[in-house]
Design a protein around this ligand. Structure first.
Ligand SMILES: [Zn+2]
Length: 154
């Protein structure tokens, strides 16, 4: 365990949820990167529709912002907090960024790559494996997505 406490990542999850709720036309997913001391060094929201960019997932946006803030691509000691279990692309980017810990809210049984359909984050063949904590504020994270899809389906 690093210096960043569970209370700090729960506060970050609140922030990620607030970001997600403001995602506009996009599926509401938000992410926050905490530095080794628990300060916010990056944040992002899903911008796939807004930017017309298939890679503009909340985690990627947040990791890029964090790397700019930290001044290098290595995000050692950082914690990524995201409202939904990362997909395969984002899990790959997380491993490459070397964040120490990933905290996520809702599970994604269709595309999740942190235990649901596969587990990229804890693949023993990769040379970096972050600590993974899933299901934080799970009900609120899932409800946000369910409300979005209920509204956009009819
Ligand atoms: Zn993703």
């Amino acid at each position: 365990m690093g210096p960043v406490s569970a209370a700090a990542w729960e506060t970050a999850m609140d922030r990620a949820l607030a970001l997600a709720a403001d995602a506009g036309p996009d599926v509401p997913i938000g992410a926050v990167v905490l530095g080794p001391e628990g300060d916010v060094v990056g944040q992002g929201v899903n911008r796939r529709e807004a930017d017309g960019d298939p890679t503009a997932h909340a985690e990627i946006v947040a990791l890029r912002e964090a790397a700019r803030a930290v001044g290098e691509w290595r995000l050692e000691g950082c914690t990524l907090v995201v409202t939904l279990e990362p997909c395969t692309m984002c899990a790959g980017a997380i491993v490459l960024s070397r964040v120490a810990r990933v905290v996520f809210g809702a599970w994604d049984q269709k595309a999740g790559a942190a235990g649901s359909i596969r587990d990229v984050l804890r693949d023993s063949r990769l040379n970096h494996r972050p600590e993974v904590i899933g299901g934080v504020a799970e009900e609120r994270c899932a409800a946000l997505l369910e409300d979005f899809f209920a509204t956009h389906r009819g």
